[in-house]
Design a protein around this ligand. Structure first.
Ligand SMILES: [Fe+2]
Ligand SMILES: [Fe+2]
Length: 167
C-alpha cells in the first residue's frame, strides 16, 4: 500500500503553523539550526525513509511524533546540561510537555520517548513510525553537526578544482 504524501504534508504544514510548535524556533539545535527547523527536517526525512523502506505508516502520527519529538523547550547551553544528561533526559521532558499541550496517542508518546534509543536503553521505539523518527533524527543531527566541516571541505574541493583547471 502506498503512503499518502499529500495527507502527510497537509498535517506537517498544519503543525508548522501551530503557535505552540512555532515556539520551538527560539531554541537552538546543532550548529545554527533551531528546534523548529530541525523537527521539520526530521519529519521530512522520516517520511522519505518510509518511502525508501516501502513501509506503510500512519501519516498523521508520523508527522505529529516527528514535530513533537524535541518539544522540551529549553536552551541546552543556558541550562548548563551535559550532552549525556540532555541526551538521556529530554525525551521524557519533551513527552510530558507535548502531553500538556496536545492530545497524544500511545504511538505518538512512544515516538517522542523512544527517539534517542539506544541511549535510552529501556525506552525503545515500538512502531515503524517511532523507528523512522529515531533513524531520521540521527541522520539530520549528523548532517547538522557536520555542516561546518562540509562547508570547509566544499571550499577546499573548489580550490583544488580551480588549481587543476588553471594548470
Ligand atoms: Fe532529541
Ligand atoms: Fe531531534
Amino acid at each position: 500500500m502506498k503512503n499518502d504524501k499529500k495527507l502527510f504534508y497537509e498535517e506537517l504544514n498544519k503543525l508548522v503553523m501551530d503557535s505552540r510548535i512555532r515556539r520551538l524556533s527560539k531554541y537552538p539545535q546543532h550548529n545554527g539550526s533551531n528546534t523548529l527547523t530541525h523537527c521539520v527536517q526530521v519529519a521530512k526525512r522520516s517520511f522519505a525513509l518510509a518511502e525508501e523502506f516501502g513501509w506503510d505508516i500512519d501519516e498523521k502520527e508520523l508527522a505529529r511524533g516527528a514535530m513533537l519529538h524535541d518539544y522540551y523547550q529549553y536552551d541546552i547551553k543556558k541550562e548548563g546540561f551535559s550532552a549525556y544528561h540532555h541526551g538521556t533526559s529530554h525525551p521524557l521532558t519533551a513527552m510530558k510537555k507535548a502531553q500538556e499541550d496536545f492530545d497524544l496517542t500511545e504511538k505518538e508518546r512512544n515516538i517522542i520517548r523512544g527517539h534517542m534509543w539506544p541511549l535510552t536503553l529501556v525506552h525503545p521505539p515500538k512502531s515503524k513510525e517511532a523507528i523512522l523518527v529515531c533513524l531520521a533524527d540521527k541522520d539530520i543531527a549528523t548532517r547538522e553537526f557536520a555542516r561546518p566541516e562540509i562547508r570547509k571541505a566544499k571550499k577546499l574541493a573548489g580550490k583544488v578544482l580551480n588549481r587543476k583547471s588553471s594548470q
